[in-house]
Every structure is written in structure tokens, then in C-alpha cells.
Design a binder for this molecule. Structure first.
Ligand code: HEM
Length: 431
């Protein structure tokens, strides 16, 4: 360090190490050291994203929680100033604009958000998620039956990926014979493909979103004529009782339920199982709790898995509608802001020993489902799926173990979500 009296004396202390690169391969495998650096040295940092868009990354828990609830940060991409994006890159869900699916909860502010959220909340209650438990158990068991006798499986491809898509299709009221189409479109949207097979063709994502959109529009039409006991019928009924829900809004709503409820849950099951496999002591304790029928311990564990390595790395886009300050930084009007949930949930100012998985962690106020008016609508369903999936795995495959070195695993590092591409495991085959 410089001597007193040297030209550097009095200059602010340089960071002990430079900022680790963001968004490269190593970052996707383990972003937490980079997030620790940001939290400490640049907690609100303007950063160029891989798409070329510049956005503010907010990484401390207190700032993150405040920003999520700040109504001056709009969800409407119309507030994104071209200037701050340098005209480059795009924000939002791939394909949503061209498929005319922009009017969903994650792109709108009050009063439209209040109206649409009230409407869907009527059809999407926690009680309804609870009623769904037997069906989730049945799906989970069928999927495990599919590979149990083999003694090995890829838990992403054969378990975490199909479970949420079938669950959400059932809930929406997509007939069983059409659900495999959804599985294909969803796979295309995630660029998910069987290991060893080629990925989707260029433009495939946009085409898949359009096919899904056309299908949903037609399904909404059919449900209006002949309603059933499902969510889409519930949405159309709600709109028929005097509340306004245009056909376009209904399609966008169904789309966002699918989109928000799908990859998130894949990653909850994938990242959660992976964390359990890497923490054998904690996992053994949880297995004992499961065997003893301790549902509360299981629910507490799922919350910690969400905090420790949650599916949503950054909350979806927000845009400043006026100049404002976050953590002492001036955010300009129109600037995009990304709240980094994964960084906030490892903040030592909020969580004791944040880098340690503690499945019994008490008072776990993680931000994995967001905060404020856009708090995850599907949290009851996600919790249910996470709980049932992990319980079934631990109960039915008690000796399941990782069949690859962690360094060989590949991560899907999109901007918003983070999850494994494969999770190869072995276990004693069960008949
Ligand atoms: C919103 C996380 C599962 C539907 C959100 C947000 C987060 C989140 C962080 C807020 C985004 C923001 O403020 O920018 C998760 C996680 C899940 C999960 C971690 C799984 C473990 C689901 C499921 C569904 C769902 C299963 C539906 C079936 C939604 C919807 C919104 C939302 C509709 C938008 C709510 C609004 O804007 O008012 N979710 N989600 N999510 N989530 Fe989830």
C-alpha cells in the first residue's frame, strides 16, 4: 500500500480485486462470487448486458426490496428510453411482442395491473393450488416410474422439465391430447433439447410463441362456449361478470401463467435437487424428516433452496419513470433497472452465513418470489410442486447420487433465470 505522503495517499482505497466478469461461462456456473463483489464494491452498478442494453444492477437486500416495491419503477417497456439503450438490444420475453402478447401482468402498472391481477387472483387461489396436490403427486409418480427401473436418469429432462408443463396445462384446462404440443413449444422457448440432439432452428422461439398464442386464442374461444372447471374458464367467467378482460388480455394472461410458471419450477426442482445432492448431511436430515411425515420441515427446506440457489436470478425488467436514487446512485428517467434477487438473497447484512445451505433456516424472508404488487402469483403452486417433487425423489430413490463431476455440468444462464441443462444421477434401480 502507498506510503503516507506518496501521491496516492488520501485516494479512495482501490478495490482489493477487480470486478469479476459477468455473464461469461464461469459466471453462469457460479455467479455468487461476482455478486458478492458487486454487493460490496458497487451495489448499484450500471452494466452492459450481453444483449447490448445497459441496465442498473441492484444487488443489496435492502435496496432490492425497496426497488421491487417502488412505484416509480414501471414494468411497462414503453418507459424504456431509447437513449439509455443506445437503440440496441431488446428487453422482455422473446417473441412476446411479435405474437401480440404484451399486455400481461409483468409488463403493466396500476391501474391495469390492479384490475387484471384481481381478476386472475379470483381464479388462481391458494385453495385451488391445494386441491391440485393429488394430481401433482400422480404426475410426479408417473415420471419417476418412467426411469426408476433403469438405475439412472437425467433429472432435468425426465423429471424437472415435464412436471411443471403438465401441471400448468392441467390447471389452465389444456386437454390431455394437446399437452405434448405444449411440451414441444415450451421446450423450444427454453431451447431445451435432448442431450446429443441438435438445438432448435433459428427463429424457432418466435414460431413456438406464435403457435402457442394461436392455440390459446382458440382454446379461450372454446372455453367461452363450453366452460369447464379450469383456470381459462374461470378467467372468461370473471370477464363475463362485468369486469373487462379483452380476448388479447386473456391470451396474454394464459401465456404469462405458462411462461412464469414453467422454467421457474423446472429450475426450482433442478437447482434444489442439485443443492441437496451436494450437501449430504442436510439431505440425510431432510430424508429423515420426510420419512417421519414432517411436512413443515419440507416446506421450510423448499424456502431455503429458493433462497440459496433460486430459479429467478434477476427480477424482470423495471424502468425509471422519473429520475430517482437507489443506494446513493442517480438513476435517470427511462433507465432500465434489474433487481438481482440471487445477490440480495446472499446478502450477509440480511442473512446469517448466507453462503451456507441451512434447510432449517428460520425467518427466511428471501426475495425469490419478488416483493410488492408483482409478488409471484403462482407461489402456492410452485411451493406445492417443489415440496411434492423433492419429497417423492427422496422417498422413492433414497440413494440417488450425482453421476457427473459438478465441473462437467452445464448451466442455462439466461438473464432472468438460472438453471441446469442436465442433472445426471444414479440410484439403486427400483422395480
Ligand atoms: C411473478 C418467481 C412460479 C406465475 C414472479 C416474480 C418472481 C417469481 C420473482 C416477480 C417478478 C418481478 O417482480 O419482476 C417465481 C419462482 C417460481 C415461480 C421462483 C417457482 C419456484 C410460478 C408459477 C406461476 C407463476 C408456478 C403460475 C402458474 C407468476 C405470475 C407473475 C409472477 C403470473 C406476475 C405477477 C404480477 O406481475 O403481478 N414470479 N415464480 N410463478 N409469477 Fe412466479
Amino acid at each position: 500500500s502507498p506510503d503516507a505522503g506518496s501521491p496516492d495517499a488520501g485516494a479512495p482505497a482501490a478495490a482489493p480485486c477487480p470486478m469479476p466478469p459477468l455473464f461469461d461461462w464461469e459466471f453462469a456456473a457460479d455467479p455468487y462470487p461476482a455478486y458478492a463483489w458487486l454487493r460490496e464494491h458497487a451495489p448499484v452498478r450500471r452494466t452492459e448486458l450481453p444483449s447490448g442494453v445497459e441496465a442498473w444492477l441492484v444487488t443489496r437486500y435492502a435496496d432490492a426490496r425497496q426497488a421491487l416495491a417502488d412505484q416509480r419503477l414501471s414494468k411497462n417497456p414503453g418507459h424504456h428510453s431509447e437513449r439509455s439503450a443506445h437503440g440496441k438490444g431488446k428487453v422482455g420475453i422473446p417473441g412476446e411482442r411479435s405474437a401480440n402478447l404484451m399486455t400481461h401482468l409483468l409488463n403493466i402498472d396500476p391501474p391495469d395491473h390492479t384490475r387484471l391481477r384481481r381478476l386472475v387472483s379470483k381464479a388462481f387461489t391458494p385453495a385451488r393450488a391445494a386441491e391440485f396436490e393429488p394430481r401433482v403427486r400422480e404426475l410426479t409418480d408417473q415420471l419417476i416410474d418412467g426411469f426408476a427401473a433403469r438405475g439412472e436418469a437425467d433429472l432435468i429432462h425426465e423429471f424437472a422439465f415435464p412436471l411443471p408443463i403438465y401441471a400448468i396445462c392441467d390447471m389452465l384446462g389444456v386437454p390431455a391430447e394437446d399437452q405434448d404440443d405444449f411440451r414441444d413449444w415450451a421446450g423450444m422457448m427454453l431451447r431445451h433439447h435432448k442431450p446429443g440432439q441438435p438445438g432448435p432452428p433459428r427463429g424457432g422461439v418466435g414460431r413456438a410463441v406464435k403457435k402457442m398464442r394461436n392455440y390459446l386464442a382458440e382454446l379461450i374461444h372454446r372455453k367461452r362456449e363450453k366452460p369447464g372447471d379450469d383456470l381459462i374458464s374461470g378467467l372468461t367467467r370473471a370477464s363475463d361478470h362485468g369486469e373487462q378482460l379483452t380476448e388479447n388480455e386473456a391470451a396474454a394472461m394464459a401465456f404469462i401463467l405458462l411462461f412464469a410458471g414453467f422454467e421457474t419450477t423446472v429450475n426450482l426442482i433442478g437447482n434444489g435437487t442439485y443443492a441437496l445432492l451436494r450437501n449430504p448431511g442436510q439431505r440425510a436430515e431432510l430424508t429423515r424428516a420426510v420419512e417421519g411425515g414432517d411436512d413443515a420441515a419440507l416446506a421450510t427446506a423448499v424456502e431455503e433452496l429458493l433462497r440459496y440457489d433460486g430459479p429467478v436470478e434477476m427480477a424482470t425488467w423495471r424502468f425509471a419513470t422519473e429520475p430517482l436514487e437507489i443506494g446513493g446512485e442517480r438513476i435517470g428517467e427511462g433507465d432500465p433497472v434489474l433487481v438481482v434477487l440471487a445477490a440480495a438473497d446472499r446478502d450477509p447484512a440480511k442473512f446469517d452465513r448466507p453462503d451456507v445451505l441451512d434447510l432449517g433456516r428460520r425467518d427466511n424472508q428471501h426475495l425469490g418470489y419478488g416483493h410488492g404488487i408483482h409478488y409471484c402469483l403462482g407461489a402456492p403452486l410452485a411451493r406445492l410442486e417443489g415440496r411434492v417433487a423433492l419429497e417423492s425423489l427422496l422417498r422413492r430413490l433414497p440413494d440417488v447420487r450425482l453421476a457427473a463431476d459438478p465441473s462437467e455440468l452445464r448451466w442455462r444462464g439466461g438473464l432472468i433465470m438460472r438453471g441446469l441443462r442436465q442433472l445426471p444421477v444414479q440410484f439403486g434401480a427400483v422395480g
